[in-house]
Design a protein around this ligand. Sequence first.
Ligand code: THU
Length: 160
Amino acid sequence: MQHKTIETNVTIYSFDELDKAKQKLINKAKEQVGKAYAPYSEFHVGAAVELENGEIFAGSNQENSAYPSGICAERVAMFFANAQYPEVPVKTLAIAAFTNGNFLSTPVTPCGSCRQVLLETEMRFEKDITILLYGTEEIYLIENVRQLLPLCFEKNSLTL
Ligand code: THU
């Protein structure tokens, strides 16, 4: 029998320690929470995607009275970006969440379905996507989506 430990590397920053481009993307994600449609959960999420060509696309969660029909902010932003520029890799994704009158103090983390979608984009362009998870007390930087989804199922899994 063997035991295997899989590690995820997270670097923790304060807002002021980040470069201007990352600060801008986080601010964009924060702005987007105001555009969420989240009457059921009242959990407002914003996501902003920066492409390699410098374009920025943002999205917010969009809920539905038939709950599973709603969609998370990350997927809205990522699909929006991929739909506009299908040939351009994604460089960075920032996420922020707001509820009960405040941004979360600990960083918001994407759900499993969003991780799977983010992974597809990362693998499609063979280019790491930097993930920025915003919290008022600390910000997590994760260097690529693979770190967020170990033991993943991806397109190569279909052929093995
Ligand atoms: N949500 C997101 O948009 N992103 C996340 O990372 C976590 C959850 C949304 C889905 C739903 O509208 C609400 O937050 C509560 O789960």
